[in-house]
Every structure is written in structure tokens, then in C-alpha cells.
Ligand binder design. Structure first.
Ligand SMILES: [Zn+2]
Ligand SMILES: [Zn+2]
Length: 374
């Protein structure tokens, strides 16, 4: 079938994207779902920093690529052997497919699935196939999803079924921002009620971490960002104090507010500088968690004597250490209960054709989560 999709043919085209237009809306060919795959009609897809990192070349991927990995839609057709879904089911897309058989999958850590990671790096579905093409050849899948398109063919394990009454625009956020941000707090850190938390970097993921810290019962939540608007939003959704990360004494401010450092500090900005600050904002014996993704090859200098003598923990968090099949329904329940107001992360809706302008707003920090409605 023919679908309209957002295709990136060259990385590292300079902004403003409204002028340079790195993404073209092309009509490309989508093959029917093969064994173990499903065809999903996309209803909503969010613009995420991980898309931007491909556009600006920070996270190089094979080109051309149909972008988009945070989405929700409706199952249209089932490939051979898929028996636990039905056409008409509503689903959230998961950007890390899992095989269910490798060692990390067997250990209950699908975020680390080995064939899944390999396929995502290669721009294919988890079985190694590519279902998108243009007359010029293959168009790669983005993280097994490629959701800035009218339809997508994905692995069965790239979707989680949800109730039909959840609006698609909100549902989409659970696939990336919420899994990553809330999961970092409740799964990776396993934040204890009454403890103190700092969140650095208030994009969709960081603000989701603020929501998660509040839902998990943190006594103090300090939000750190360069944008006064985002700091104001963080306050509205549960931060008890805010610090402008551009202040020369930002670290000291946080240490003062927490009486010498926080129990948990979450670095969601994706910069080494922010991660260094995060470690200094963490108290002795505390935990620094990072889900920020600086460019590949970035390295961090760690004071090892301090790490040992102060029993510090530094933890990476990918997809919030989530088991999507378990966590998406849980987080949706918290949302319905009013304890995880993820709809507050929405900055606006846009049309597929305005996607380049949308990425300008993400690039300059004037938007948190923008969602394309189909
Ligand atoms: Zn994302
Ligand atoms: Zn696996």
C-alpha cells in the first residue's frame, strides 16, 4: 500500500528546519505485515528528542529513514501467527522491540533485548526485514516503529494493547516520554517515598520524571533547566523548587535546598556538563541516574575515590528499565487516577506537513511535547 510518511534522507542539515526542510513528506510503499508483524493505522505520534538526534546527526542512523517512534494507533491487519491481537485493537508503540528469547529478555529486561538493539541500530524490524521502500530503494524504520506516517508495519512485540477509551494523543506519550521519564524514577532508581529528587532537563522525559517523582512520593522535587517557561511548568506539575541551570551557583543552590545533595538526581538533558552537575547535586550515598543521550563517544570523568568512599551509585536508564507490557497499563492507570497528569506535557498538536516547523520548536526549546494527529 501507499502511505504518506516523514522521510529523512540526509542527517545534519542546519536549522531552521522550516527553511532547510530536512524531512520530506513522501508517498512511499509499505509492504503488508509478514509473520509476527502487524499493520497499524497511526492516529497520533509525538515529536521526541530522539528523532531530533537523528536529524541533527547526534545519533547517526542508516539513511534514508522514516522517523517517528512515540505513537498510538489502531491494529488494521495481522500478519501470520499473530493470535493475541484483533483488528480494531488500540495500541501504543514501543520503540524497543523484544524477542522474548535472548538472555536480557529471559531475565525480564526487555529494554536490553539484544536482537532488538541490533535491529534498531540497523534500521530494520526485529526480524531484519524492511517493509518501507521508495523507487530509490529501502527506507529504514526508526526504532522499529516509523510512526510519522499514516500506517506502519511493526513487530507484534513493538505494540502494547490499551483500552479503547484513552484518547490517542495522550496514549502516544506513554510509548516514549512516560516510559522513559517515569520508569527512570520508579524502576531504575526505585525511589523511596519521602526521599529527595532532582530532575535536570525538562523536556518531555524530564517533566515525566517530575510527575513520576511526585507519584512515587518524593518529599522534595527540584527541577533544573535553562528555560524559565519550563521551570514554571515543572512547578505546576509538582516540582517543589526550581533552579535555573544557567546560574553559576546552580549546584550550590540545589545542595542548599536539599541539605547537602539529593537522594536521587536524574540527568535528562543529554549533556556531559549536566551529568557532572548531577553527580555534584547527589548526596553522599545517593544515586545519580541518567537517561540523557549525549553524542556517541562522549565520556565522563568520575572521581573514583569519591564513588567508593561515599558509596555513590551512577546508573544508566534505557526506556526507564521498563517492561512495557507491565508498565504501560500501570502508568495509564495512574494517569486515569489523576496521579500522573501526562496530558500536561502536551504543548500542541500539528499536521504531518508541518513537521519541520515542529522540530524547530523542539530544537529551540519552545515546546515540550507536540503531537501529530492523523
Ligand atoms: Zn523518544
Ligand atoms: Zn530479546
Amino acid at each position: 500500500m501507499q502511505v504518506r510518511a516523514a522521510v529523512l534522507r540526509h542527517m545534519n542539515v542546519a536549522p531552521p528546519y522550516a527553511q532547510s526542510k530536512p524531512i520530506a513528506i513522501e508517498t512511499i510503499e509499505l509492504a503488508p505485515p509478514g509473520p509476527g508483524e502487524v499493520l497499524v493505522r497511526i492516529r497520533a505520534a509525538g515529536l521526541c528528542h530522539s528523532d531530533l538526534s537523528v536529524i541533527n546527526g547526534d545519533r547517526p542512523r542508516p539513511m534514508p529513514m522514516a522517523l517517528g517512534h512515540e505513537a498510538a494507533g489502531v491494529v488494521e491487519t495481522l500478519g501470520e501467527g499473530v493470535s493475541d491481537l484483533e483488528p480494531g485493537d488500540h495500541v501504543v508503540m514501543v520503540f524497543m522491540p523484544s524477542c522474548g528469547h535472548c538472555l536480557p529478555c529471559a531475565e525480564g529486561r526487555p529494554a536490553l533485548c539484544e536482537p532488538g538493539a541490533k535491529a534498531n541500530a540497523a534500521g530494520t524490524l526485529i526480524n531484519g526485514t524492511v517493509r518501507l521502500s521508495s523507487p530509490a530503494g529501502h527506507v529504514h524504520h526508526h526504532l522499529g516503529v516509523s510512526a510519522f506516517a499514516e500506517y506502519a508495519v511493526v513487530s507484534r512485540n513493538s505494540v502494547v494493547k490499551i483500552d479503547r477509551d484513552l484518547p490517542f494523543v495522550e496514549a502516544a506519550l506513554f510509548g516514549c516520554a512516560v516510559l522513559t521519564g517515569v520508569g527512570a524514577v520508579v524502576n531504575t532508581a526505585q525511589l523511596r517515598a519521602g526521599s529527595t529528587a532532582v530532575v535536570i532537563g525538562l523536556g518531555g522525559v524530564g517533566l515525566a520524571s517530575v510527575l513520576g517523582a511526585r507519584a512515587a512520593g518524593a518529599s522534595k522535587i527540584i527541577a533544573v533547566d535553562l528555560s524559565p517557561e519550563k521551570l514554571a511548568l515543572a512547578r505546576e506539575v509538582g516540582a517543589t523548587a526550581v533552579v535555573n541551570g544557567g546560574d553559576a551557583d546552580a549546584v550550590e543552590q540545589v545542595r542548599r535546598l536539599t541539605g547537602g545533595g539529593a537522594d536521587y538526581v536524574f540527568e535528562m538533558a543529554g549533556s556531559i556538563r549536566a551529568l557532572e552537575n548531577a553527580m555534584q547535586m547527589t548526596k553522599r550515598g545517593g544515586m545519580t541516574v541518567t537517561a540523557g543521550l549525549p553524542p556517541p563517544g562522549s565520556a565522563l570523568a568520575v572521581n573514583v575515590v569519591q564513588l567508593v568512599g561515599e558509596e555513590r551509585t551512577l546508573k544508566g536508564s534505557y526506556i526507564g528499565t521498563c517492561v512495557p507490557l507491565r508498565d504501560i497499563p500501570r502508568f495509564i492507570e495512574l494517569y486515569r487516577d489523576g496521579r500522573l497528569p501526562v496530558d500536561r506535557l502536551l504543548s500542541g498538536k500539528l499536521k504531518l506537513d508541518d513537521i519541520n516547523e515542529g522540530f524547530d520548536r523542539l530544537h529551540d526549546g519552545s515546546a515540550v511535547r507536540q503531537v501529530i494527529e492523523f
